[in-house]
Write a protein of this length. Structure first.
Length: 451
């Protein structure tokens, strides 16, 4: 019997353990799910995408006036198509959110209506009962019919509670009516917004079809000039490679400068320590009159740059700002991605980008993405200027700058204008790169709300 109870206890504990395990697994899976964007966030994203499309339209109106800008045209058109597709996807997400909200509010409205009908029915019964019994049993007669004082008091309390309950029922009916009215208005507004979004979605799809037709026309024109186009693209590719070589040389020179500075600081520290040791030894010798043996220190070897506390803190802040950095322009769209990609005009023709190209409005200014120090301003092999800014162990590089506003050694703050952006065949764009040591990083992962 004891053995049977022991086995039963073990089975119960095993069952409870399994229950808790699956509950924990379900809970952790629920928490692991990523939080979907709110209706407000989706609306803000839609507004941003609409602004991007307007800006790209301005770019196209500028490039159309230039006969040499067909390559730029296809780049801008392709970017606009991607933005338009993302806009349609965002609208669909908004519609899904609104449909869920409408379904929820419809259920709440039906529940409120049922509750209201129930409250009204109960209240009507109370009024009917009160009117029916008013002549037969008045309050006074009901009280005088009591057997003793305690019973009379209980009956009086009953009348008071009954009256209070009727008032409470009336107030609850009024409150339910107000909530129902508010929910109906909210539901009406959501249905109106849904109809507006459906109209927007259809309009965006029509524009997308038109842009794809425009894309086909421009691609067809470019393919007819494939030989000349390849020559032009090869030149652009060589220019881009020369730009990367120039940037890499500047970064290597900056790293070398930091190493030399670190070595100098280390040597100065060693010299100060040696001088202090000699001073202490002399003082001791004057007291004991015994000449101490002084060990000479060897100069420190140059290793990885030893950053100051300020630079280390700044670098840590920069590293912690991934996905939060402000854009290097007031308004802009990424029109060329990071890394290797196929050129949209010629199939199989690969291009490489160590940063991202950001299209912006004519006359726009480049801005520092973070506090730092300008470590280089140099002429770019592709025209214009390059600007390097150090942020601790990170570097941001800005190219295609027509007129720089800063000079080497100058401290800059976040969003400070550092130069005007050059225009090329009607397209105004700049290249932004982010380096950590001699390694490039995708800037789109660092910029706020970048796609």
């Amino acid at each position: 019997m004891t053995l049977f109870r022991s086995e039963k206890r073990k089975n119960n504990l095993l069952y409870l353990g399994l229950c808790f395990f699956f509950i924990g697994l379900y809970t952790s899976a629920g928490f692991a799910q990523t939080k979907s964007p709110s209706q407000k966030e989706l609306q803000n994203k839609r507004n941003k995408l609409n602004d991007d499309i307007k800006q790209l339209n301005n770019q196209l109106s500028q490039t159309k006036a230039n006969k040499k800008s067909k390559i730029n045209n296809i780049v801008v058109i392709n970017t606009k198509i991607k933005v338009r597709e993302e806009l349609i996807s965002t609208i669909n997400s908004e519609l899904s959110k609104i449909n869920t909200s409408i379904k929820k509010n419809t259920g709440e409205v039906n529940s409120l209506r049922q509750n209201l009908e129930k409250l009204k029915g109960e209240y009507a019964k109370m009024i009917y009962f009160a009117q029916r019994n008013q002549d037969s049993y008045t309050k006074l007669m009901f009280l005088f019919a009591s057997g003793d004082f305690n019973q009379a008091y209980i009956r009086l309390r009953y009348f008071q509670q009954y009256t209070a309950f009727r008032k409470k029922q009336a107030a609850e009916i009024l409150s339910t009516q107000l909530v129902l009215s508010g929910k109906l208005k909210e539901l009406e507004a959501q249905r109106h917004e849904k109809n507006m979004l459906l109209g927007n979605e259809q309009s965006e799809k029509t524009l997308l079809d038109s842009e794809k037709q425009q894309q086909e026309i421009v691609l067809s024109e470019l393919q007819q000039q494939e030989k000349e186009l390849k020559e032009e693209l090869e030149k652009k590719k060589r220019d881009a490679e020369n730009l990367q070589i120039a940037i890499k040389k500047l970064i290597e020179a900056e790293i070398k400068r930091k190493l030399e500075e670190s070595a100098r600081i280390a040597a100065e520290k060693a010299a100060k320590a040696e001088k202090l040791a000699k001073t202490k030894a002399t003082a001791k010798d004057s007291k004991t009159k015994v000449k101490p043996e002084v060990k000479t220190s060897t100069p420190a070897k140059a290793t990885a740059p030893e950053l100051t506390e300020e630079a280390e803190a700044l670098g840590a802040d920069f590293a912690g700002s991934r996905g939060k950095l402000p854009w290097p322009v007031v308004k802009g769209v990424i029109c060329q991605p990071y890394g290797e990609y196929e050129h949209p005009a010629i199939k199989g023709f690969m291009m490489n980008n160590n940063g991202v190209d950001i299209c912006t409005a004519k006359g726009s200014q480049a801005r520092a993405v973070f506090d730092g120090e300008v470590t280089g301003v140099a002429v770019s092999p592709t025209g214009g200027y390059l600007i390097l800014i150090r942020h601790g162990e990170y570097l941001s590089v800005y190219s295609n700058i027509e007129k720089p506003f800063v000079k080497q050694g100058e401290k800059v703050s976040t969003k400070q204008a550092i130069g005007t952006i050059a225009e090329d065949d009607g397209k105004t764009s700049m290249n932004l790169q982010i380096w950590k040591g001699q390694k490039t990083m995708d800037p789109s992962g660092w910029l706020y709300n970048a796609r």
